[in-house]
Design a protein around this ligand. Structure first.
Ligand code: ADP
Ligand code: 5GP
Length: 188
């Protein structure tokens, strides 16, 4: 029984853009529930509390780790990010598949915990130069250099995923991810 679809890939590659399109797609939106993570990162101007993330203090996050509230968590670019266990419980109760946007470590943890009940998609940039352009274009990202360094390491792990999509042309990448998600759901 498929419980989770994970979308992973370097920061700035277009995961949020693709996920937002998936969540407003007429064929898919009712089948999926987006997994809102907790983070200690600062909120960006366009982000909404409880929709993009739950923005919490380091102290609150550490307490949640102590209380074993996370399905998985990771330290990414100096900030904590984590998926609460309650998200997967809620999705299962509502008969929905949880759609997660997590880093490569998070994706691996989900695979270890859920095995065949999870499907992992990696989004790759057409090139590092284009990734740099997208990160810089999103002016609210202060730590572009840190994100680029990490991207190179993450891209080397793409082979561990069930499916890899290159996000060059956004519409094409969206059609591809839509097809792959529909296939994963229909095999369920
Ligand atoms: P992520 O969630 O992976 O960090 P975002 O979805 O925030 O990435 O995208 C980073 C930037 O790249 C945004 O400004 C977005 O509009 C842009 N972007 C996304 N996909 C494409 C694409 N295929 N071509 C050009 N720009 C893109
Ligand atoms: P951003 O700061 O750009 O929103 O996210 C930075 C990175 O953290 C991205 O790779 C994103 O996928 C990842 N991320 C977001 N939420 C989680 C989470 O709950 N767990 C893990 N492991 N990574 C996450």
């Amino acid at each position: 029984m498929l419980k989770a679809i994970v979308v992973s890939g370097p920061s700035g590659v277009g995961k949020t853009t693709l996920i937002n399109k998936i969540l407003s797609d007429a064929d898919l939106k009712d089948k999926l529930m987006f997994s809102v993570s907790f983070t200690t990162r600062e909120k960006r101007k366009n982000e909404i509390e409880g929709k993009d993330y739950f923005f919490v203090s380091r102290e609150k996050f550490e307490n949640m780790i102590k209380n074993d509230e996370f399905l998985e968590w990771a330290l990414v670019h100096g900030n904590f990010y984590g998926t609460p266990k309650s998200n997967i419980q809620k999705a299962t109760e509502d008969k929905k598949i949880l759609l997660l946007d997590v880093d490569v470590q998070g994706a691996q943890s989900i695979k270890e915990k859920l095995g065949k009940e999870s499907f992992l998609i990696f989004i790759k940039p057409p090139s590092i130069e284009e990734l740099k352009r997208r990160i810089i274009m999103r002016k609210d990202t202060k730590d572009a250099e840190k994100r680029l360094q990490r991207a190179i390491d993450e891209i080397s792990k793409a082979h561990m995923f069930d499916y890899v999509i290159v996000n060059d042309n956004l519409e094409k990448a969206f059609e591809e991810i839509k097809r792959v998600i529909k296939e994963a759901i229909s095999k369920n």
